[in-house]
Design a protein around this ligand. Structure first.
Ligand code: IPD
Ligand code: CA
Ligand code: CA
Length: 263
């Protein structure tokens, strides 16, 4: 498949940082048994991947701004373009040697995300999307699932954990959604959850309190695969609120309705 020049840049950067993460994943198993544990090692792997991404992306597109989870905001001279990057989404999985993590790169032009790449180096799944040009997984065109009913749907979500999130609200939401769906999943990488909705693997997904680098690329991926994405209100901007609900038009509508009842 022939990619645009921009997509070539993004894919090349994601693959190089991905090779680094994959090498580091191989070390995790040895480190699990060491006294210190792998947490420091993972944080170093994370930062190293971000620096690689920054180096490659800023070399190819000098002047673009860069917002990364690890390094924060690096202003560019070109105020219209900003990379939004999570060098390792699914850190907890990575730390535990679970091969469900990804590099997520979004490119914003003014207020719109115009390109996204999500790459899982562990299984070499590469998701790409450009605005108006569709979404692809390893060069196969993606389309969200067509199921119309929640009772036949597999829905992914995010859950609070130690030190993060609203437990009471999450329990209420789970109690409302669980009995109405064919299955609920919590995979631990927001970027890959969105990518899986784009690929029609999950019928829908919701999560609260996310950051732009978790979702910038994934939101575009779902939309370019024909899906609907919003915040909790159903028509608000998930990048602005940090809350995401998505699926095909029907499943999105049903999830919005259900989750509204909870609040
Ligand atoms: C996390 C993952 C996870 C989501 C968390 C995020 P990180 O990102 O996307 O699925 O539930 O809220 O912070 O910390 O692994 O980059
Ligand atoms: Ca993340
Ligand atoms: Ca991260």
């Amino acid at each position: 498949m022939i990619h645009s020049a921009l997509m070539n840049v993004m894919v090349k950067a994601a693959r190089r940082a991905g090779r680094s993460l994959k090498r580091d994943l191989g070390e995790i198993e040895n480190l699990q048994v060491s006294m210190k544990g792998p947490a420091n090692f993972v944080s170093a792997a994370d930062k190293r991947a971000e620096e690689m991404l920054y180096a490659d992306l800023s070399k190819a597109r000098p002047g673009y701004g860069f917002v990364g989870e690890e390094g924060g905001v690096r202003e560019g001279t070109d105020k219209t373009h900003t990379w939004i990057v999570d060098p390792l989404d699914g850190t907890t999985n990575f730390l535990h040697g679970i091969p469900q993590f990804a590099i997520s790169i979004g490119l914003k032009r003014d207020d719109a995300v115009i390109a996204g790449v999500i790459y899982n180096p562990a299984n070499d799944e590469l998701y790409i999307a450009e605005r108006g040009k569709g979404a692809f997984l390893n060069d196969h065109r993606l389309r969200v699932a067509g199921r119309k009913q929640l009772n036949e749907s597999v829905i992914a979500c995010g859950l609070p954990h130690l030190g993060r999130g609203d437990l009471v609200l999450a329990h209420k939401e789970l109690g409302t959604v669980m009995p109405r769906v064919a299955g609920l999943r919590r995979f631990g990488s927001a970027a890959l959850d969105l990518a899986a909705v784009a690929a029609g693997r999950f019928d829908g997904y919701w999560e609260r309190d996310l950051q732009p680098w978790d979702i910038a690329a994934g939101i575009l991926m779902v939309r370019e695969a024909g899906g609907t994405v919003s915040g909790m209100l159903g028509n608000d901007d998930p990048l602005a609120t940090g809350d995401v609900i998505c699926g095909n038009e029907m499943i999105h509508r049903e999830l919005v309705k259900l989750l509204k009842i909870v609040n």
